[in-house]
Ligand binder design. Structure first.
Ligand code: CMP
Length: 140
């Protein structure tokens, strides 16, 4: 089915100057960019985005890292976009990520893991709305 998912190129990958290489992987896999912006998240914005992880032991480190520099935030649209993006990203921990995935190629650690992607349709809708009003998401 045609889906939309929220993708974030995290501060580590923006700092490495691999935004274009990562976008190229999305495009080659048939995912279209339906919205995009660069943003340096405030602590409050990062805490709100990751609110579901508030009780996890890694929450503070995660928020700290996500505010450490600008990120690229995009909505990806395409057939089966949520699972397709997760396949392109690879496992959360780059040590477990399959060769050729974004995290295997660009991530340094489970915290600095290059990209975020929504994990399900319900979270995708919430995450997209968190960053983009519907007037800023373009059907492709
Ligand atoms: P992300 O997909 O952005 O969602 C939450 C993030 O928390 C995750 O990627 C990791 O970067 C980070 N994180 C740190 N430690 C863990 C952990 N033990 N399990 C899951 N996510 C973790």
């Amino acid at each position: 089915a045609l889906e939309r998912t929220l993708s974030i190129v995290k501060p580590d990958a923006v700092a490495k100057n691999v935004v274009g290489e990562i976008y190229s992987r999305f495009e080659k896999a048939g995912l279209k960019i339906a919205a995009a912006k660069m943003k340096h998240l405030s602590r409050k914005e990062a805490e709100g985005f990751y609110a579901v992880h508030r009780e996890r032991p890694f929450f503070n480190a995660l928020v700290e890292f996500m505010c450490s520099g600008p990120v690229m935030i995009q909505v990806l649209e395409g057939d089966n976009a949520i699972a397709k993006n997760r396949e392109l990203m690879g496992a959360t921990n780059p040590k477990d990520a399959a060769p050729g995935t974004i995290r295997a190629d660009f991530a340094d650690s489970i915290d600095a893991n290059a990209v975020h992607g929504s994990d399900a349709a319900e979270t995708a809708a919430v995450e997209i709305a968190y960053f983009f009003p519907s007037t800023e998401v373009y059907a492709r």
